[in-house]
Write a new protein. Structure first.
Length: 281
């Protein structure tokens, strides 16, 4: 009798573990931040930006229909996609990507930059064409002015590069800013959070706010420790989740999304997929 009791307990624990892992991969969280951009006018106040990162279609776990419904409920003024919309090992999910892009554009103007999976699977041209056809604005090392009533901000997008690793360098030098953009509030979409300091080296282009992803929240998160591993940062990564400040210039901040999908490791632990919502104060 005791042996059967132990078996039932073990089976129950396995089932609970399975349900927990299922919830961690599929239970979307909404994370909200209030951010004041330097030099921003009254027309920006209250505007809402939704950030989606690392969806990794078809490894997203979360239903894309559920995802777009939750985004729509937020009533954003702007949607930004910070890379790895597709997974490099999943072929090119043209239909899923197109449907997602069209749904998001129907909600609000949508901008995107590429991540390593988007760029390194051999489908970058198809990726860009699919998004552009759906009216998503793909930013390839460029900046665009986003008007909000009488005010606005400029949005920069950094595309994926093969030589991202290495010594610090002014990696935004390829982005051209007009005179009208200089001194205005600025946001950079860039997939790699580990390059936080590099993004701020060029003072003429240094963004007020960086929106990034890539780290998958450190995949497994432990209390008081945070994420355990991230591509580009290795063990106990520094930038995995939430807001980070640059010590020498605290007005320059970075928000790192935990993302939505999975890559090599198929599970999230204490690390639910998330939609980031930024309200500009």
């Amino acid at each position: 009798m005791l042996e059967w009791t132990s078996v039932f307990i073990i089976i129950g624990l396995v089932i609970l573990l399975g349900l927990y892992l299922l919830a961690q991969n599929k239970w979307l969280e909404i994370k909200r931040f209030h951010i004041k951009l330097p030099n921003s006018g009254k027309g920006i106040k209250g505007k809402k930006i939704v950030q989606l990162s690392d969806i990794h279609i078809p490894r997203q776990g979360v239903s894309l229909l559920q995802l777009t419904k939750k985004v729509a409920l937020e009533k954003p003024d702007l949607i930004v996609l910070t890379g790895d919309l597709i997974d490099v090992r999943g072929g090119f999910p043209r239909e899923s990507l197109q449907n997602l892009a069209q749904s998001l554009v129907h909600i609000a103007p949508t901008y995107a930059v590429s991540g390593n999976h988007d760029a390194n699977g051999g489908y970058l041209k198809e990726w860009e064409d699919t998004l552009t056809t759906a009216k998503v604005r793909v930013l390839i090392d460029e900046a665009e002015w986003i008007p909000f009533e009488a005010d606005g901000l400029f949005l920069m997008g950094l595309s994926e590069k093969e030589d991202f690793d290495g010594a610090p360098r002014p990696i935004l030098k390829g982005i051209t800013l007009t005179k009208d953009m200089q001194g205005q509030p600025s946001i950079l979409l860039a997939h790699h959070p580990e390059l936080f300091e590099d993004y701020l080296m060029d003072l003429t282009r240094a963004p007020d706010l960086i929106l990034s992803g890539h780290a998958h929240g450190g995949q497994i998160r432990l209390p008081f420790i945070g994420g355990l591993f991230s591509p580009g940062q290795g063990r106990l990564p520094k930038y995995t989740d939430g807001v980070y400040y640059y010590p020498e210039r605290p007005a320059n901040r970075m928000i790192v999304s935990r993302g939505i999908g999975n890559s090599t490791f198929p599970f999230r632990v204490n690390n639910r997929p998330e939609i980031v919502v930024i309200v500009l104060d």
